[in-house]
Design a protein around this ligand. Sequence first.
Ligand code: CTP
Length: 409
Amino acid sequence: MNLEGKKILLGITGGISAYKSLELIRMYKRAGAEVKAVLTNNALEFVTPLTIQTLTNNKVYINNFDTSDYSPEHISLCDWSDIFVIAPATANTIAKIANGICDNLLTSLSAAYNKPFIIAPAMNCNMYNNPVVQENITKLTTLGYNFVAPETGFLACGANGTGRLADLNKIYLRTAELLNPLKPLEGKRILITAGGTIEKIDPVRYISNFSSGKMGISLAKCASKLGAKVTLISTFKVDGDFENIVTLSAEEMLKEVETQLDLQDCIIMAAAVADWKIKNYSSQKVKKTNTGDSWNIELVKNPDILKTICKKRTGEKPIIAGFSAESENLLQNASEKIKSKGCDFIIANDISRTDSGFSSDYNEVYIIDKKLNTKFIERTTKDEIAKIILESIFEQTGNYIKTGSVCSA
Ligand code: CTP
């Protein structure tokens, strides 16, 4: 992949695999990129500034307090570059970045960086498996940092395990991919719904549910990054690279979804639509004095948006997917739902779990298609789940090219 004209800031920290970053510089340069390197003091124990300077054809950056330039380096290097790649990254530097510590130029740059960021850890296997290190990596992954995981094998310290710097080709490809993101959904129109619908009782009260809308938002952001033209219908305002229509009740949402039905290539109903609405909405606030000690509110069934649009579509388009929120008999209930609603895919999740699902940034799902082929996606971030859902839906339509972790960039 061509990197002509791209500007790469390469961070090198103090691990034995720092010698491999010399080859990484050459790979970037061969592809046409310009490289500037920033080193920690410990990295200087393993590689020399002269080598790096010769390979990059650029000054080497080490200290925070260089006076040769009027512009602060931790800002000017951020502005200059298109991407920041730290390879190798030690447990120490990862911990500092995860906790916002800025005690050298490399960590100060990390704190100020707001463009694509890659971290390629390398360390002893026991260090890598240490729960604190893993927690830092998970925290940074959730925040959108891209990790190129280390490999398993013989380590320089003599141990055998996971901790060896990833194959340089993998680091290179991830860099190229983030700099020239593939847009496999270019030309597609995708409608996503999100959030729990709000069913008004009177002007001050309503019934709803615990849905946070996070899964739908991850889907909208991911579909947009993959090149689709996205419309997000949500029960609250969401900012992003997509059109956002806010609706409150199930009926309002149905109306908007129906309007969009023939315009879309795909509709994903991630909203938690309330099954019931208030039979008699009161346009005046209901006073306590008028209700007595108890208040019976009569509920009537809401329209089923998913079922309605599946019935109304005339051809194969749009592809329609729904979610299945279950607290028991997950797969059985989900398989029945795909049939009763008439949709093409159901994404089933167990809402009784406390470590994923409602309000969480994580989810664990099954993706089920019409033939009841089932794909299990183990617990991971909703951003990752979103990407896998979109891939699974569009792979079945043919010519979909898989990308790396573009959605969490
Ligand atoms: N759904 C919908 N309209 C409704 C209820 C649900 O469009 N009135 C959609 C949801 O957006 C979701 C799917 O149907 O994509 C399944 O929702 P879920 O709450 O799991 O199931 P229900 O259909 O409500 O059935 P039950 O509550 O009996 O499980």
